[in-house]
Design a protein around this ligand. Structure first.
Ligand SMILES: NC(=O)C1=CN([C@@H]2O[C@H](COP(=O)(O)OP(=O)(O)OC[C@H]3O[C@@H](n4cnc5c(N)ncnc54)[C@H](O)[C@@H]3O)[C@@H](O)[C@H]2O)C=CC1
Ligand SMILES: O=C(O)[C@@H]1CCC=N1
Length: 268
């Protein structure tokens, strides 16, 4: 199977690195196309990829085409792609907001899978939600799922609304976690710890808590109860967060990303 990835940035390159390990690509090297000459030069040194600086040489014969440019680049890209594609090809979008209908209309194609990946794919811990146009067959869907799973795990959703919703939870979500980490790091530094010690304290705390959560079927709320003693230190911190409505603010933030994904879909 010939797979082409358009856009070798954070997401495109991460998915390329994962997918290059897939047995589905044992016969043909993964193809990458980007417009940035510096990226082309660097990637051309990597033996696992076939790197292209023009669409004419890589797009017409690709079976599956991953689109991983920023949403605001898609219109310009679609114009260049249109004369070089056919209706047998399968298009997989990683772009936030951009709808299946828009891709079908602008490229004049039928088979489109829309996904929402996330950055932990870089360490094989990504989660990708995906949904498809009705013209995509079950076999094609399984094949793409196998490709997505080279970067972690994936979940199938029935509607694009869930793709926009997962943008608010998992797509943008790593940034919320980093925001929390940054806040804790800054607090540790203020308390007088060195940068090194602050990093150890914060990263070990996150890692340990996630491990506990993953290894047991216990809700975060119950875990909080196990850390917090009545009248103790944790309760003081949780009370402070509750008084400041932090839970609601985090939910509002997730909804802001969800709504922004819907808005993005209307901008193109
Ligand atoms: N960064 C993230 O955590 C996530 C990003 N996404 C989506 O992934 C997509 C890509 O985002 P990033 O990888 O972060 O962006 P990025 O800016 O790191 O990468 C985009 C790449 O596309 C290339 N490019 C731009 N115009 C092009 C064109 N016309 N033809 C070919 N290549 C072109 C750029 O040179 C660059 O290498 C976006 O649509 C974003 O919504 C989705 C989930 C998470
Ligand atoms: O911020 C963005 O628009 C992209 C989509 C999800 C994560 N990054």
């Amino acid at each position: 199977m010939k797979v082409l990835v358009i856009g070798a940035g954070n997401m495109g390159l991460t998915y390329s690195e994962g997918m290059a390990t897939s047995p589905l690509l044992s016969k043909h090297k993964l193809r990458i196309y980007d417009t940035d000459p510096k990226k082309i030069e660097v990637l051309s040194q990597q033996p696992e990829f076939n790197v292209f600086d023009n669409l004419e040489d890589c797009l017409p014969k690709a079976d599956v085409v991953f689109i991983a440019v920023k949403p605001f680049h898609c219109e310009e890209l679609f114009k260049k792609m249109k004369p070089l594609i056919n209706n047998e090809q399968l298009f997989v979008s990683l772009m936030a907001g951009v709808t299946i209908q828009l891709i079908q209309d602008q490229l004049d194609v039928k088979k489109v899978i829309r996904t929402m990946p996330n950055l932990p794919a870089q360490v094989g811990k990504g989660v990708t939600s995906y949904t498809e146009s009705k013209e995509v067959s079950k076999i094609e869907l399984i094949m793409v799922r196998n490709l997505l799973d080279t970067t972690g795990t994936s979940i199938h959703v029935d509607t694009e609304n869930f793709i926009d919703a997962s943008t608010g939870i998992s797509g943008s979500g790593p940034a919320y976690v980093f925001y929390f980490m940054q806040s804790m790091l800054e607090a540790a530094l203020k308390m007088g710890f060195s940068e090194f010690d602050s990093k150890v304290l914060v990263s070990s705390t996150f890692e340990g808590a996630i491990e506990l959560f993953n290894q047991n079927d216990i809700s975060p709320e119950s875990w909080i109860a196990r850390v917090a003693s009545k009248g103790g230190t944790t309760q003081a911190a949780i009370d402070s967060m509750e008084d400041n409505n932090v839970k609601q603010l985090i939910q509002d933030a997730a909804y802001s990303a969800f709504n922004r994904a819907i808005e993005l879909g209307k901008e193109y």
